[in-house]
Structures are given as structure tokens and as C-alpha cells.
Ligand binder design. Structure first.
Ligand code: AMP
Ligand code: MG
Length: 373
């Protein structure tokens, strides 16, 4: 036996014998270990669950065509059974394996793929009958994405299309680091690949192209302006009102309180930063006087506004939107580690990527916003 296969063979035996519930494997995205990758692909092909890094957040993957494996994803996460999964592919042609595209959808996927794939954009199209109902929760559409991460792409290349939601326990902040996945899913999945921090830090933009006009169902790093440039038009669902006129959620995931730390989160909005921060400090002092552990989530520019009585965490410079977005989920988890009871978080303008940032913060806060006007 070749020495590089020794390790993975041992791991395989330990998993099969039940001695080891979850294997954590380091895989360097810049120098991919082929034997380890093959081991992971083998786990997927046998119906197992593998957590893997992507550029958005870590994913919890299973063979998209294996219904029982897909059902295990829902069990491992405690995910509601009406919240569909995204299918991950590694080249645009693979879309045809998972979707039944009409001409308009094929043209849209072609253009979007050229502009944004691999990358943080999920496209909703008509589903292929080959995709089990468990993936789409009975919907006749499916979300398809080509991730931009060497480990994710190699795993898909060695397997088949992979169904994967974010690799967190349902309701918890999404995992932008391998450590977050381990915190939530050790003992619940077969393998966790540790492959560095996720570059973007929030989930993909979800774009529905099954209607007349393309509609963003969930904002992400690919913005409405960028999509409109490619497709000529792009609407966005109002994510503060997740249901359409019939009360039916447009994007099933949008109706849940999401991304939440254990603490209560309250958003402070308003155009004047000094007033906003003064209100946060005032309310923070009141919470602290009642014996609560108070966290403040702000930017570098806001740090001076808060005294020592609080756990103050910064997301980075307010001028650097990608940096703010990148650290959001990690900071929400840090508040949990500090046993924070209430987090007072500063809003940022909902422009460009700020839309994705505020969408996630709004969900974490369960919609609780204090407006300082
Ligand atoms: P996650 O993988 O945790 O980022 O969640 C995937 C999200 O994609 C779901 O919560 C839905 O909001 C969205 N999604 C996936 N498939 C569909 C679909 N067929 N129609 C509408 N939204 C979808
Ligand atoms: Mg998720």
C-alpha cells in the first residue's frame, strides 16, 4: 500500500467500525492532498456527509442524487424539512444534469455563468426529475451554484453534483471558519475538511430566473447592479417582508429566524453615526445595570464611542464593505463565547454588498431595529 493511502484507509476502517464518528482532515487549498480528496469523494459516493470549504461559507455536502444521504443533511443540521438545498456543480454543463432548462433559462444560465461562475451566485431554474424531492423540498425548481474554491471544486469533480446547505446547526450563524463547523457538527457528520477561512463570509446571492424578470431572493456578494448589467434587468424581493401577497414565502429560507447567536440582537439604525452610537451606549448602560452582559458590534470608526462596561467587537473599517461582511458571522459567534446576553449592533447602508450584510444582521436580530432619526 502506498504511504499516502495508509492514513485514509485507516480512517475509512475507523468510520466503518463506528470507532470514529467525525474525521477532521486538513486540506491546503493551495496544495491539495489527492489521497485525502479521494477519501472524501469516496465518503460522498457511499452516501456519507462531508463538510467542505467554499468561498462563501462552509457547506455540508451529500451526493445530490442520493435521497437518503440528502435526508441525513436535514437531520444533521436540524434543518426544517421545507427549506431547500443548493446543488453545487463544477462546470456550467453540469447544470443540465440537475435542471430541466427551457430556452430562456439556458440563455440566462449561460450569461450568468460566464459573468459570475465560479462564484457566489445561486441560480434558481426548473428542476430535473433526477434530483430527488428531498433536495428541493418538493419544489419544482432547484438552486444551482458553482463555488469558487479549489477544494470544493475538486470534491465535486471527483464525485457528482453535491447538495449542500451551510455547515451550521440550523438557526446558528453560518460557518465562515472550519472551527465553526466543528463546534456545530462534530459527531453529526462523517468528515469535516479544514481548508482555511471562507473569503466572502456570507452565503451566495440567490437569483430566480424562472419568471419574466430575474428576482434576487437572497442578497449576497453578487449585487443586483452587477446582475442587471448582465441580464438587462433584475428585481429584488423585499427581504424585510419575506412573504408574497398570498403569504407564501418566496424563498423558503427567508421565513426563519436565522444566523442567530444565543444572545438577543438589536440593530441601531439612523443616518447620524454619533447619535446612533450614543443611543447604543445609553441603552447598553441600562441593560448592564439590569445585570446583563452587553455586547457592542461596531466598526473601527465607532470604537471610541463605547466604554469598558461592554464587550466591544469591531467588524473592521466601515469603508471596507467586504471586510465587514467577511467578519459578521465570526463576530456573532464570538459574542456567544463571551456569554453575551444582548448584542447592540450598528446598521450600515443597504447599498451594494451592504444589502447582504444587513439582510443577515436583520435575520439575526429577528427584525428588531431601533431607528434613531
Ligand atoms: P443555505 O444552503 O443554508 O444557504 O440555504 C439555501 C437557501 O437557498 C434556502 O434557504 C432557500 O432560501 C434558497 N433556495 C434553495 N433552493 C431554492 C428554490 N428551489 N427556490 C427558492 N429558494 C431556494
Ligand atoms: Mg444556511
Amino acid at each position: 500500500m502506498r504511504p499516502e493511502d495508509l492514513e485514509t484507509n485507516m480512517l475509512r476502517q475507523q468510520i466503518l467500525s463506528g470507532d470514529l464518528k467525525t474525521v477532521v482532515l486538513d486540506i491546503d487549498p493551495d496544495n491539495i492532498d489527492v489521497a485525502r480528496m479521494k477519501f472524501c469523494a469516496d465518503v460522498i459516493s457511499r452516501g456519507g456527509l462531508v463538510c467542505f470549504p467554499t468561498e462563501t461559507v462552509y457547506g455540508l455536502g451529500a451526493d445530490a442524487f442520493n435521497e437518503a444521504a440528502v435526508e441525513n443533511i436535514f437531520a444533521a443540521k436540524g434543518r426544517p424539512s421545507d427549506n431547500p438545498l443548493i446543488v453545487h456543480i463544477c462546470d456550467t454543463d453540469m447544470t443540465e444534469q440537475v435542471a430541466s432548462l427551457n430556452d430562456a433559462q439556458r440563455a440566462a444560465v449561460q450569461k450568468l455563468g460566464e459573468a459570475f461562475w465560479p462564484g457566489p451566485l445561486t441560480v434558481i431554474v426548473n428542476k430535473s426529475p433526477a434530483i430527488p424531492a428531498a433536495v428541493t423540498c418538493g419544489l419544482d425548481t432547484v438552486g444551482v451554484r458553482m463555488p469558487d474554491h479549489p477544494v470544493a471544486r475538486e470534491l465535486i469533480r471527483l464525485s457528482r453534483p453535491i447538495a449542500a446547505p451551510s455547515a451550521n446547526l440550523s438557526g446558528r450563524p453560518s460557518p465562515s471558519r472550519a472551527r465553526h463547523v466543528q463546534e456545530d457538527l462534530c459527531g453529526r457528520v462523517d468528515v469535516i475538511i479544514s481548508g482555511g477561512d471562507a473569503r466572502v463570509g456570507v452565503e451566495s446571492t440567490v437569483l430566480d430566473v424562472t419568471g419574466e424578470v430575474p428576482v434576487i431572493l437572497r442578497p449576497g456578494a453578487v449585487t443586483r447592479e452587477e446582475i442587471a448589467e448582465v441580464l438587462g434587468a433584475c428585481d429584488e424581493a423585499d427581504w424585510k417582508k419575506p412573504a408574497d401577497v398570498d403569504g407564501k414565502p418566496r424563498s423558503p429560507g427567508m421565513k426563519y429566524r436565522h444566523y442567530s447567536p444565543k444572545a438577543e440582537v438589536v440593530i441601531y439604525d439612523g443616518s447620524d453615526p454619533a447619535e446612533r452610537r450614543a443611543a447604543m451606549a445609553r441603552d447598553g448602560n441600562e441593560y448592564a445595570a439590569r445585570g446583563l452582559n452587553v455586547g457592542i458590534l461596531t466598526t473601527d470608526e465607532g470604537l471610541e464611542a463605547f466604554g469598558d462596561g461592554f464587550a466591544v467587537l469591531t467588524l473592521g473599517s466601515s469603508r471596507n464593505l467586504p471586510e465587514l461582511t467577511h467578519s459578521l458571522f465570526a463576530r456573532l459567534r464570538e459574542f456567544d463565547e463571551r456569554k453575551t446576553d444582548v448584542v447592540l449592533a450598528e446598521a450600515i447602508p443597504e447599498e451594494g454588498m451592504g444589502d447582504a450584510f444587513m439582510n443577515r444582521l436583520y435575520r439575526a436580530a429577528g427584525g428588531t431595529v431601533v431607528d434613531i432619526r
